[in-house]
Structure formats: structure tokens, C-alpha cells
Design a protein around this ligand. Structure first.
Ligand SMILES: [Zn+2]
Length: 287
């Protein structure tokens, strides 16, 4: 008689341990991208410590596949990346103009995701996707959109995204006067600073169209660099600007706040992963 309760006592912790382990496995497989990154390295303690810290995990059962195109599905589809290399900031010119770059001039194995505009559409799951999959993003916002939907962009900012400058009125700047361009660039920077408490340091001209007045005005408004892009992403498809059709180190991928942004983010992550690169935050490399 006395042996049976003792055996039960011994068995219960074993079962509990098995449940905890399977829960951790579920985390690493579906909902906790940081663990998935860690799991690539020989670090057996990474997953259990993530669970023990009380990090909320996905409510889904580990045996049920997430619904197609649900947040959990997108997170599960996101590739696993090695850590981004320690940033080696690119030197900036001192000639009174901001540099204009299609891609960041670096050979470090990183690429950059940028999201433009903000007025057209703001899919509700995007802030959660960015936070849960740890996607580094730079948002080039028009200041009226940032004003109207500040809370949405603050959510992305809280998930690690950075707000940058894309003018007030989204008109082409090329050929316009210095005073017009300066008003569009400085005015937007001032407004974004009042909304988010931090001045933007990067600028993207609408349609990528600029002239030498643009880079001078951007510099005079405190912008460190003016960015074009090397790939565009729309409705889940990456369009390359070069015949090699591969993301190269320093490349800048452009997408927009449009209805298919979840698919665009996922497509960008997959393309960066296929190239053997890691998505990184542009601001870390331009200082
Ligand atoms: Zn735009």
C-alpha cells in the first residue's frame, strides 16, 4: 500500500517536466521568434529560460497548426536568421549635402526593410507581427498620416520600428525651389519630432525623385542620408532592380502601408533569408 502513493509522487514531476518541455517546443516552433533564432546555436538553455521568464506564449495548442494567414501563421512562416553583425557605421560626407544612396554602402551581411507613406492602409496585425517576429523596420512617413494615425505607428515604434521622414505632401521634389523642398523636409521632421519625441535622421523623397537641392535641403534639416531602394515588395512579391534577382549586402527593400503588408513583410524576410543575409535596422548603420 505504501509504495503506490510514493510512485505517484515520483511520476507527477516527470509528467510535469514533459509538459513544460513540450510547451517550450511549441514556443520555439510557432510563437517565439527569439527562441527560434537562439535554437540555431548550440544553446540548450535558450528555450526553457524564455518560458521560465513568463513570456506570454501563443494561445494555440502545439498540436494545432495555426490558421492560414493568421498572425501565428505569419510568425511561424518567418525564417530563422543568424544574429545581425555588429554595425560598422558608414562614414558620412562633410560637403554640406546628405548622401543619396540606393543601398547602404556596406559589405556586412545585412539588408534593410523600409515601409513608406502611412495614409492608405494600416493592417491591424502588422505591429504584432513586427514585435513577435522581431522584424527591424524603418517607416518613412508623411507627417499628416503620422498625425492622424499616431497610435498605430507608436505601436510599431514600441515593437522596435523607427519613424523617418517622407515629406508633408508627398509631391515630387525634383526641380522645386530650395525653400519649397526645405519646407517639405523640415516641416515633416518638425511634426514627426513633436509626435514621437525624436527627430528623424533619414529621408526618402516621394517617388525616389530628387536633385542636388534635395540633398542640400535634407542636410540643412538635419537628415544624415537620403535613401532610394534596391527592391520593391508588393502583394507578396519581391521585384528586383538588378538581373541577378538576389538581395545583396546593404540592400534596401521598399514596401508601403498597403493592405497586403503582412505578405510583403514575409516575402521580404524570405528573400533576405535566401540571400544568406539578416534583416537589420538601417539607423544602426548610419550614425
Ligand atoms: Zn511614398
Amino acid at each position: 500500500m505504501s509504495a503506490t502513493p510514493l510512485r505517484r509522487i515520483l511520476v507527477v514531476p516527470t509528467i510535469l517536466a514533459a509538459v513544460v518541455l513540450s510547451a517550450c517546443t511549441a514556443d520555439t516552433g510557432t510563437g517565439f521568434h527569439a527562441s527560434r533564432i537562439s535554437a540555431d546555436q548550440p544553446s540548450p538553455s535558450a528555450a526553457p529560460s524564455a518560458s521560465a521568464s513568463g513570456t506570454p506564449s501563443t494561445p494555440l495548442s502545439p498540436t494545432v497548426a495555426p490558421a492560414y494567414k493568421s498572425l501565428a501563421w505569419y510568425v511561424a512562416q518567418a525564417p530563422t536568421f543568424p544574429p545581425a553583425p555588429p554595425p560598422q557605421p558608414v562614414p558620412l560626407p562633410t560637403d554640406g549635402s546628405a548622401p543619396f544612396w540606393h543601398r547602404l554602402p556596406t559589405e556586412q551581411k545585412v539588408a534593410f526593410i523600409t515601409i513608406d507613406d502611412g495614409g492608405l492602409a494600416r493592417p491591424s496585425a502588422v505591429p504584432d507581427f513586427i514585435r513577435e517576429a522581431h522584424i527591424p523596420v524603418t517607416m518613412f512617413l508623411n507627417s499628416p498620416a503620422a498625425t492622424e494615425y499616431t497610435d498605430y505607428f507608436r505601436q510599431i515604434e514600441a515593437a522596435g520600428g523607427v519613424v523617418e521622414n517622407h515629406t508633408i505632401n508627398h509631391n515630387s521634389l525634383k526641380g522645386r525651389s530650395y525653400s519649397y523642398q526645405k519646407h517639405e523636409i523640415c516641416g515633416s521632421a518638425d511634426k514627426l519630432e513633436s509626435l514621437f519625441g525624436k527627430r528623424s535622421t533619414l529621408f526618402r523623397p516621394p517617388f525616389g525623385e530628387r536633385d542636388s537641392t534635395t540633398t542640400k535641403a535634407a542636410h540643412d534639416c538635419g537628415m544624415k542620408a537620403v535613401f532610394h531602394w534596391t527592391e520593391t515588395v508588393h502583394e507578396g512579391k519581391v521585384r528586383y532592380q538588378t538581373p541577378e534577382k538576389v538581395v545583396r549586402p546593404g540592400d534596401v527593400l521598399l514596401m508601403h502601408f498597403r493592405p497586403a503588408l503582412m505578405d510583403d513583410l514575409l516575402a521580404a524576410l524570405k528573400a533576405i533569408h535566401r540571400a544568406g543575409l539578416t534583416p537589420a535596422l538601417l539607423e544602426d548603420y548610419v550614425t
